[in-house]
Structure formats: structure tokens, C-alpha cells
Design a protein around this ligand. Structure first.
Ligand code: SF4
Ligand code: SF4
Length: 425
């Protein structure tokens, strides 16, 4: 057996695939088929084993107890009170515990939010943008829109001072509206932490990572690339250091030569596992399917399963199965071929295993090269990357002054090479 990893991330699903909504693109709802007849509720025995084993297996100063779904709040608040109590019971001396939960926000009330605040939960809220873009796919079980309820939940989180981030999926309906989405999050939702997750949904009946066609809701690669570029341009000129976009931070890490903070952009993976309500442990949240079931933590210790040769191979495969095109790619140091679950297309030379989102990553990483070099340079001098915003402002002010000074027959300050009077004049 391999030695277990010194730390790994685990997403626990206490209510399995159960959810009060039925978002069209949800990849998890169909997972209830894996547990026919089950009430999809984590028992107290599994809860205690999970917390005990997880804390024990983390050989680092901080352990993150992360809840996800389905909709985890369907378990009721007492379940989470108990989880906090158990985390305290098993916490090692000096160890910090971070509690996180991903929710659709529609069940939140004052009681939930004061509980989150009291126990310093970090809450991830699923929101896809302004009303029309959010409501396109995020609907309840009767097909009713959910935006209104999510915004009530968001206001409650803010009222109680709960730390939150926004998790937004990018799909066919909102990909063409990057600035509407980003500015809504920044200015109206007042989010300081944002994650974008591209919807790449395989068109099959199993709900597993099979087949090579995608549904109509899935984002088009080029569109996803432009979406990221537009938001990046807005962010880098105005919001660095104020708003944190997970993907941009991960990219900066690559330019700065630091480890990727995001598994999809790391050379190998395998340290982000998923735990089902009954204690079944899977290789990854995106591979909750029979072929990737490692075992059950009520029978085999979690650290043994996480360190098993099978799971380590799963993680190494991300690198070992990289296409030749990726190995030679100029942005490969940042992209690393992306997440293996999306590697179902072929390269120009016909080699299989290219990421469906390749065009997006290629376009995006090339687009951000210059500003990323600038920010990485600032970091190297022990300065804040946010300094880039001041640089852009200075350049903009100089350009505006040059426009004011320019004579009709002078070269245009925009750099077009044409006379001012025939260009911006
Ligand atoms: S399969 Fe994808 S999402 Fe899962 S751990 Fe690997 S890179 Fe991350
Ligand atoms: S941009 Fe495309 S070719 Fe380059 S590493 Fe990423 S997936 Fe591979």
C-alpha cells in the first residue's frame, strides 16, 4: 500500500443527491439511482466516523469539513450542530477546523445564518447571474424560478455577516453575457469571492462520464474562453485585490511558479474525494459512479482508501494520459490539460484525450499572459498584485492627456498609425 496523503480534500454529501430544486443541468440528481430504496440521509454513525477519520487523517494544521449535495441543508440544522460538536470532539490540539457548505440558498433563514456565523462557516451560494440568466436553468421541482428565494438567502447571509462566496455555472444561457454576470456579482450581490464552473454535460442516459456529445445547455468552448477574457479584462483593470476570482488566482499561481490552487490546473489530481451519505468513498465529486467507488469508510479506513494504489493511479493518470498536443502546448504550464472528465475530444492529429474546453483555455491563457507576467513580477518584488490596477489607471490618464494634446494632423495617440483627425479625432 502507498502511504496515505498527508492531507486531502473531501466533499461530503449528507443528503446524497436529494435536492429541493431540479436545475436542468445538475449532474448529481441522477446519482440517487446508485442507492435505490435509500432514504439518502447520513446516519449519526457515518457522520461520526467521517469526522473522526477525516480529522485523524489530516497531517496538517487545518482540516476543512466540507458539505455539498444535492442540497445539504435538507438534513436540518441539528445535523450540522452535531457535526460541529463532533469536529470539536476529535479536533487535534492546535488544529484549526474550517466548516464549509455549498447551498442553493433557498432554504436559508435567520436561524441557519446565525448558526453559520456563530460557527464561522464559509457558505458557497449557487447563483448564475441576474434574474433572467439565473432562472433559465435553476428551477424548482415544479419548474418555478428560484432567483427571488436565492436573493433572500443572500441578504440573510449578509445581514448576519456570514462569509460567503458565489459559485456560478457558465452555460449556453449566460456565457454570452460575461460583464452582466460579473458586475451583478460584484456590484449587486457584493460578492468578494467568485467561482466559475463551466457546464459540460455529457449527453447520455447514465449521468456518468461517458460518450463524446454534450447537451445543448453545455457551454461552447470558444464562448467560455471569451467569457473568461472579458471578465478578466474588467477585473484586472479595476478589482484585483478587492474581488477574488478563483480561476484567476489559480492562473496567477501558475505564472508565479506556485502550486495550482485548483485541481483542474494541477499536473496530477486525486486529492479531492467525495463521500456519499452511507460512507461510500469515490475518487472525485465528478466521478461518483460505480467504476470509481474506492470502498466504504465503515469497513476500510478512509486514509487507506485515499492512499490506495487505485486512487493514486487515478491522480497520476491526469498527467500520464496527457495528449502530445498538451505536452507541447505553450500554455500547458497553466492548463495542464484541464480536468480529465472533459477530455473526450481529439487533437488535430487525431489523438484522443483532448479537453473539450481546449479552445477556451488556449484563448484565455494566451490572452492573460502580459498582465499575469506583470502581477507575477510584482509578487516577486514582494508587492501586491493589486498594484497592476494603479498601473492601468496611470496609463489611462496618460492616454487621455495625449488625446487632449493631440493636433489634428498628429499621429493618433491610440497607436493606430493614422492621423488623429482620421482616427479618434
Ligand atoms: S477528476 Fe477533475 S475535478 Fe476530479 S480531482 Fe481530478 S482534476 Fe479535479
Ligand atoms: S490549452 Fe489545450 S492543448 Fe494546451 S494544455 Fe490546455 S487542453 Fe492541452
Amino acid at each position: 500500500m502507498n502511504s496515505p496523503p498527508s492531507s486531502f480534500h473531501l466533499l461530503a454529501k449528507p443528503a446524497g443527491a436529494r435536492c429541493n430544486l431540479a436545475c436542468d443541468y445538475c449532474f448529481f440528481l441522477s446519482k440517487d439511482r446508485l442507492y435505490p430504496g435509500s432514504d439518502l440521509r447520513m446516519s449519526d454513525a457515518v457522520l461520526e466516523e467521517y469526522i473522526r477519520q477525516y480529522i485523524e487523517s489530516q497531517q496538517v494544521p487545518m482540516a476543512t469539513i466540507a458539505w455539498q449535495g444535492g442540497e445539504p441543508t435538507l438534513m436540518g440544522i441539528d445535523f450540522f450542530r452535531r457535526s460541529v460538536e463532533l469536529a470539536e470532539k476529535y479536533r487535534k490540539p492546535g488544529m484549526q477546523i474550517q466548516h464549509t457548505i455549498q447551498t442553493n440558498g433557498t432554504t436559508l433563514n435567520d436561524e441557519w445564518c446565525s448558526f453559520f456565523r456563530e460557527n464561522r462557516f464559509l457558505v458557497g451560494l449557487s447563483l448564475d447571474g441576474p434574474r433572467k440568466l439565473h432562472d433559465k436553468y435553476r428551477r424548482d421541482r415544479r419548474g418555478k424560478p428560484t432567483f427571488e428565494k436565492v436573493m433572500v438567502g443572500l441578504d440573510l447571509l449578509k445581514k448576519h455577516g456570514v462569509d460567503f462566496n458565489i459559485l456560478a455555472t457558465v452555460h449556453r444561457a449566460n456565457a454570452g453575457r460575461p460583464l452582466d454576470v460579473y458586475r451583478f456579482f460584484r456590484d449587486e450581490a457584493e460578492a468578494r469571492f467568485i467561482q466559475f464552473i463551466p457546464i459540460v454535460e455529457r449527453d447520455n442516459d447514465t449521468g456518468f462520464q461517458e460518450g463524446d456529445s454534450v447537451t445543448k445547455r453545455s457551454v461552447r468552448p470558444e464562448e467560455y474562453g471569451s467569457f473568461l477574457c472579458s471578465i478578466f479584462d474588467e477585473w484586472v483593470r479595476n478589482d484585483v485585490g478587492e474581488v477574488f476570482v478563483q480561476l484567476f488566482d489559480a492562473a496567477l499561481a501558475a505564472w508565479a511558479g506556485a502550486p495550482a490552487g485548483l485541481c483542474i490546473f494541477a499536473p496530477t489530481c486525486g486529492d479531492a474525494l467525495a463521500l456519499e451519505h452511507n460512507g461510500d468513498l469515490y475518487s472525485c465529486d465528478h466521478y461518483v459512479e460505480p467504476g470509481y467507488l474506492l470502498g466504504n469508510i465503515m469497513e476500510t479506513p478512509m486514509s487507506e482508501l485515499a492512499g490506495s494504489e487505485r486512487q493514486r493511479r487515478f491522480g497520476r493518470d491526469k498527467y500520464d494520459r496527457l495528449s502530445q498536443q498538451c505536452r507541447l502546448c505553450d500554455v500547458g504550464f497553466a492548463c495542464r490539460g484541464g480536468c480529465p472528465r472533459n477530455r473526450f475530444t481529439s487533437t488535430a492529429k487525431g489523438e484522443s484525450g483532448l479537453n473539450y474546453l481546449c479552445a477556451a483555455y488556449l484563448g484565455f491563457f494566451r490572452h492573460i499572459d502580459e498582465p499575469m507576467k506583470t502581477m507575477a513580477g510584482l509578487l516577486e518584488q514582494d508587492r501586491e498584485p493589486a498594484g497592476i490596477v494603479q498601473q492601468y489607471r496611470r496609463e489611462q490618464a496618460e492616454l487621455e492627456a495625449a488625446f487632449v494634446r493631440a493636433g489634428r494632423n498628429d499621429p493618433c495617440p491610440c497607436g493606430s498609425g493614422r492621423k488623429f483627425k482620421r482616427c479618434h479625432g
